[in-house]
Design a binder for this molecule. Sequence first.
Ligand SMILES: Nc1ncnc2c1ncn2[C@@H]1O[C@H](COP(=O)(O)OP(=O)(O)OP(=O)(O)O)[C@@H](O)[C@H]1O
Ligand SMILES: [Mg+2]
Length: 264
Amino acid sequence: MGELIIVKLGGSVITKKDSETPEVNKETLDRLAGELGEWYSPEKRLVIIHGAGSYGHVIVRKTGIHEGVKNFEQRLAFAETQRLQNELDVIVCKSMIKEGIPAFPVQASATAVMNKGKLEKMDYEVVKGLVNAGIVPVLYGVPAYDTTRVCSILSGDVIAPYLAVRLGAKMMIHGTNVNGVYTKDPRKHEDAEHIPEVSPENWEKVREALGGSADTDVTGGMRGKVEEAYELARKGVMSRIVDITVPGMLLKALNGERVGTLIR
Ligand SMILES: Nc1ncnc2c1ncn2[C@@H]1O[C@H](COP(=O)(O)OP(=O)(O)OP(=O)(O)O)[C@@H](O)[C@H]1O
Ligand SMILES: [Mg+2]
């Protein structure tokens, strides 16, 4: 069996993230499944994580459940937010299976324990066993049980590095809607400059450059993503953030080409 690769498919790509209602980007999702399917073979070890895009961030921002659940209305929203993620995941897995990837849904919030928004623990025995048995677990950002406030959001950007360390991944690929890290949010500033590599040498500067998201994002947008990935790099697993709205880019990253931003 080959080295383990963890791929995050950004909700900003697989859904219409600027939409006020849940809407999937079906064509793009199918194209990405095609690129994964082209790279994939039964001896490859792969875990897929996907984001929520308009299936998650909007309802969460509206109901405030990322800051905890206090009343009955929020309990309902907690349940509905989870249901929506499952709905999106069914669409994602269907698209993957069509391309010959044995995509198997794993709901992280079934075992995740959060505390004040931080992931304390999550069972990964099944994920590990499945990967070693030639299955491709598919996890996704979810609202999860929090010991102090009932609910907080467990981002795909947190699940990915959590598993990468524990499963001994070789590489994490973050597919999103920008070509990695820039000196400013490139969707707001035309003069934003691309940063090809994030390392201890430029970390302090990069940190200042990181913003949230030009869309609704309750889990920190690019800042959250890069901080988690940098922490992961300190533990020895490198990441690449790439623009997978560009056809062929995910395949390039999977094949080890130097695209986007490397975090080491
Ligand atoms: N310095 C920066 N460099 C690059 N992108 C940045 C920067 N600062 C902010 N961003 C924003 O980060 C966004 C990507 O993060 P976002 O969380 O929206 O996407 P995602 O993680 O793919 O989606 P999801 O959270 O639904 O999975 C970009 O669209 C951009 O607006
Ligand atoms: Mg995000």
